[in-house]
Design a protein around this ligand. Structure first.
Ligand code: FAD
Length: 306
């Protein structure tokens, strides 16, 4: 918890790339900033990212987070572990409940990310760390070039990801584990040369030589790697409880400055846009933090008219 004397102006919920970038910006705008984080940001699962701008040799997710955390701390942000249980309007600002304590802030940013729906495979977490099971073809499809790739899907999102992976490989297989009626793109998959397997996965073995073998209906098949296309759930409950508008996919709707439909409440990162990229999360955080600062300047009469 923050020290008793620390009264934040800005509250940031979440210390992934979005929350930490916003904290560095707000610190540099000389705003007292508190970041509260429940742990396990998605970014810490990235074995090595090859599409992070400025890192041509790649960089681990934990390294990215450490650098961003150091930068936020450098400019005075306080970063504390904890879960924001509720967030409510309180006059012009917000009150958060965190582990039995109330924290008031003038302005707030939700950078709460999403929860991945992992396939029900034994050892899936270890396999993600070894890049055998992957989540994001936009992030690391390039590294799958010419490999035998399986996509696990339960609806037409699986078909879309399989089609996307044809950018990189001619050996793409969609393993559809959902109801038969949820997959409607058979003809298009056929035209793209995507193999389709319509059977539940019965067993999986992840082998030392980075080959993933899936077995179904008594047959075994080997793939170099597997993508999960089972989707995510946005962590949007705090905003939802305040009546913020959500998009059809459950993500938060924001305006051009990342403001939600609740005045003074902003959102950035995966909880907002489906692209789910660090570069996007940090860009949104920069936009949000700048507007948060300007909003407070306007409230305090520290602006001139346009
Ligand atoms: C395996 C994997 C590989 C990836 N590879 C890449 C890649 O190569 N390149 C790329 O650009 N992207 C990659 N991504 C995506 C990238 O990790 C995300 O886009 C990025 O982490 C989003 O940042 P964020 O700050 O929005 O959310 P997150 O990083 O998920 O952080 C959200 C934080 O909010 C906290 N939180 C949530 N609710 C609360 C609450 N109520 N109170 C307090 N804290 C809360 C969570 O605990 C979490 O720490 C990958 C993702 C995964 C899973």
């Amino acid at each position: 918890m923050p020290s008793a004397s620390f009264e934040p102006e800005a509250l940031i919920v979440g210390a992934g790339p979005a929350g930490l970038t916003a904290a560095a910006y707000l610190g540099r705008f000389r705003r007292r900033t508190l970041v509260v984080d429940a742990g396990d940001p998605r970014a810490c699962w990235i074995p090595i990212s090859h599409n992070m701008p400025g890192f041509p040799a790649g960089v681990a997710g934990t390294d990215i987070l450490q650098r961003m955390r150091d930068q936020a701390l450098e400019y005075g942000a306080e970063i504390v572990p904890g879960r924001v249980e509720t967030l409510t309007r309180d006059g012009d600002g917000f009150t958060a409940q965190i582990g039995g304590r109330s924290i008031r802030a003038r302005i707030a940013l939700l950078a709460t990310g999403v929860i991945d729906h992992h396939p029900d495979l034994p050892g899936v977490e270890r396999a993600i760390q070894r890049s055998l099971v992957r989540i994001c073809p936009i992030c690391d499809g390039y590294e799958a070039t010419d490999k035998a790739v399986a996509i696990i899907g339960h609806d037409d999102k699986g078909a879309r990801e399989a089609a996307f992976m044809r950018t990189y490989s001619e050996r793409v297989t969609l393993i559809h584990v959902g109801p038969a009626s949820a997959l409607t793109r058979h003809d298009e998959l056929d035209r793209l040369g995507v193999e389709l397997i319509l059977a539940p996965i019965e067993a999986v073995s992840i082998e030392q030589d980075r080959v993933t073998a899936l077995t179904w209906g008594g047959r075994a098949r080997g793939f170099d790697l597997v993508y999960s296309a089972l989707g995510t759930s946005p962590n949007a409950e705090l905003a939802q409880a305040m009546g913020a508008r959500l998009a059809d996919d459950g993500r938060l709707e924001v305006d051009l400055h990342q403001g939600t439909s609740v005045p003074g409440l902003y959102a950035a990162g995966d909880v907002v846009r489906g692209l789910n990229q660090i570069a996007v999360a940090t860009a949104e955080a920069a936009v949000a933090a700048t507007d948060m600062h300007n909003r407070l300047r306007r409230i305090d009469g520290l602006t001139v008219s346009d």
